[in-house]
Write a protein that binds this ligand. Structure first.
Ligand code: NAD
Length: 251
């Protein structure tokens, strides 16, 4: 029986799915560290959790910078305690035709969407090993499963996350740590709204959504629910899995 309050870290917790996930995990009884490159957004989400009776800490860091990550994790550890649930959610999108992707653009996509997860996970796993209990949930994308034009760099990183999930699950299972991935479809967040506003899909958004078995955008809370399940005590025999939350989009 777990008596001490567990601590969760949600990267990119200042907006979109990360915000919904931080709120959900707080409602599930966890103390939540809301980490975001956008300090003010992280502060607001943590304040909202605290205002509704939860325990939260805001911290700002760019996950693609190892030193910033290590500082943030040390602060969380000192103020909330050892981390036992990690949601690697922070990510950035970009739409560029393959032949026009610059080296800087490629490195930024891989740096945040793949290497950032490596930095954060490596900083957090020692806490989980010490506890012989942990839940890591990595947010990939349906784009990594089906491919997405003009997103070769983004989907390469998101595919890497799926492979990392499976390998880490094998490595850490004996330590009581599960590692799973969620592959969201098209979810109504600031990122999706930017994509729609800039008409980056090259098709009418209504036509795209109408082609889905569940013909609408997903809600951030629906992704948060899947993540919260993987984070739960009951999910202890589920590891190395990839769960699509995508309205039935064919993958
Ligand atoms: N929205 C979608 O349709 C969709 C679909 C598939 C996958 N995803 C993935 O889901 C995750 C969440 O997406 P979202 O739609 O909520 O995005 P969002 O842009 O709405 O929110 C992302 C959050 O991450 C933060 N962030 C960005 N770069 C960061 C960095 N370097 N360090 C720390 N924080 C950083 C942002 O400030 C923001 O608060 C991302 O990994 C994204 O790639 C989104």
């Amino acid at each position: 029986m777990q008596t001490q309050q567990r601590v969760a870290l949600v990267t990119g917790g200042g907006a979109g799915m990360g915000e919904a996930t931080a709120q959900r995990l707080a409602r599930d009884g966890l103390a939540v560290a809301v980490l975001d490159i956008n300090q003010e957004n992280a502060r607001q989400v943590a304040a909202a959790i605290t205002a509704s009776g939860g325990r939260a800490l805001a911290c700002s860091a760019d996950i693609s910078e190892r030193a910033q990550v290590d500082n943030a994790i040390a602060t969380i550890h000192a103020q909330l305690g050892p981390i036992s649930v990690l949601v690697n959610n922070a990510g950035i999108e970009d739409f560029t035709p393959f032949t026009e992707i610059s080296d800087d653009n490629w490195q930024r996509q891989i740096g945040v969407n793949l290497t950032g997860n490596y930095y954060v996970t490596q900083a957090v796993v020692p806490d989980m090993i010490a506890q012989q209990w942990g839940r890591i949930i990595n947010i990939s994308s349906f784009g990594a499963q089906v491919g997405a034009p003009n997103m070769v760099h983004y989907t390469a990183a998101k595919g890497g996350i799926i492979a990392m999930t499976r390998s880490l699950a094998q490595e850490l299972g004996r330590q009581g740590i599960t590692v799973n991935a969620v592959a969201p479809g098209f979810i109504d967040t600031p990122m999706a709204q930017r994509t729609i506003a800039a008409a980056k899909l090259g098709e009418n958004i209504d036509a795209v959504l109408a082609s889905y078995p569940i013909p609408r955008l997903g809600r951030p809370e629906e992704v948060a629910a899947a993540t919260a399940f993987f984070a739960s005590e009951e999910a202890g025999y589920i590891t190395a899995q990839l769960l699509g939350v995508n309205g039935g989009t064919a993958v």
